[in-house]
Design a binder for this molecule. Structure first.
Ligand code: FES
Length: 324
């Protein structure tokens, strides 16, 4: 394509490339904004991904607009931005273990989001069309041996420089989103509901005493456990669970990691349900799904109680996407 093109053809080809780039980048930005606005798990589960996507959206908007304005120097930065955006979005799948998920499950979740697919497809299309149409840019750069030719910035060095700039920007944002802030004070297990009455104050004292003398591995004592007062515990280490006592004295312990995309749920004592803020799933106190999108119950924790009433977790029943 390169040799044999007239200057007018090359100019017109570059203009068409830029119109395509502009449309694709702006549409990609819309898909990114849609994901950020509709998928709370991005913010609650993977803040660094959310911040990285915000930067990608901003880059898409800026580059898309400048392409519409016919800034020729944007050819290589456009390819670099699309290349990075595509790689980073695809690379999200590899971070599944960071969120206690299997890669296979996380991939099926991500590719099931139409906005994610659209974003990937657009970034890929920009790369494909940009590479296919590089002859126009090369020809224009060859013909215009002036300041304007240099404005095209058509060189391997220019491409690597653009990759470094965008990669640096996104990297800084992702690193900032990864900073761990001190967690809010967790609910104080058996005493969380009991500060108002003298009866509950006594229970609180008893709880503290029991906690200080609790055998290793025990999570609570049946003599101290109250109906409606949850006990939060990790089992295995790093996996949050909740222990509840029902009015008939039965003990139930279930995982607090939602079986949709492994966001950590919260217990709502007022209506005795376990709620996931990421996409709104609701489970009853035994882990049964009351409302999706989660499709499988929360895994339950097997418990044993010793002769002194101490309760120990001994196993996990049921499976889900959140690896144990
Ligand atoms: S992670 Fe989606 S509803 Fe819980």
């Amino acid at each position: 394509m390169a040799r044999g093109l007239s200057k007018a053809e090359a100019t017109s080809g570059v203009r068409r490339l830029q119109l395509f780039f502009g449309s694709a980048f702006l549409l990609s930005a819309v898909a990114g904004v849609y994901l950020l606005a509709t998928d709370a798990s991005l913010w609650l589960l993977a803040l660094s991904h959310a911040v990285g996507l915000v930067v990608i959206v901003v880059i898409d908007v800026v580059i898309g607009t400048l392409n519409f304005l016919s800034r020729k120097k944007l050819y290589l930065p456009s390819l670099a931005a699309a290349f990075l955006g595509f790689l980073l979005q695809l690379g999200d799948v590899l971070t599944a273990p960071q969120y206690n998920m299997t890669m296979q499950y996380f991939a099926s979740y991500l590719f099931g989001l139409w906005a994610f697919d659209l974003l990937l497809a657009l970034q890929f299309a920009i790369i494909f069309v940009g590479v296919a149409g590089r002859g126009y840019v090369r020809e224009l750069a060859r013909r215009q041996k002036t300041q304007r030719a240099r404005e095209l910035g058509y060189s391997r060095r220019g491409f690597l420089k653009a990759i470094a700039v965008f990669g640096g920007l996104i990297g800084i944002a992702v690193a900032a989103g990864s900073v761990k802030l001190p967690p809010p004070s967790p609910p104080s297990s058996q005493t969380s509901q009991s500060s108002q009455t003298s009866q509950s104050l006594q229970a609180s004292q008893a709880s503290k005493t029991l906690q200080s003398t609790r055998p290793s591995g025990a999570i609570a004592n049946t003599n101290n456990l109250q109906v409606g007062s949850p006990v939060y515990f990790d089992y295995p280490k790093g996996y949050p669970n909740i222990l509840l006592k029902s009015a008939d004295g039965a003990l139930t312990a279930v995982s607090m990691l939602c079986t949709h995309v492994c966001c950590e749920c919260t217990y709502e004592p007022s209506n005795k349900v376990i709620f996931c803020a990421c996409h709104g799933s609701v489970f009853d106190a035994t882990g049964k799904v009351l409302r999706g999108p989660a499709g499988t119950p929360l895994p339950s924790i097997t418990l044993t109680v010793d002769t002194s009433g101490y309760i120990y977790p001994t196993g996990v029943n049921g499976s889900g996407p959140c690896v144990h």
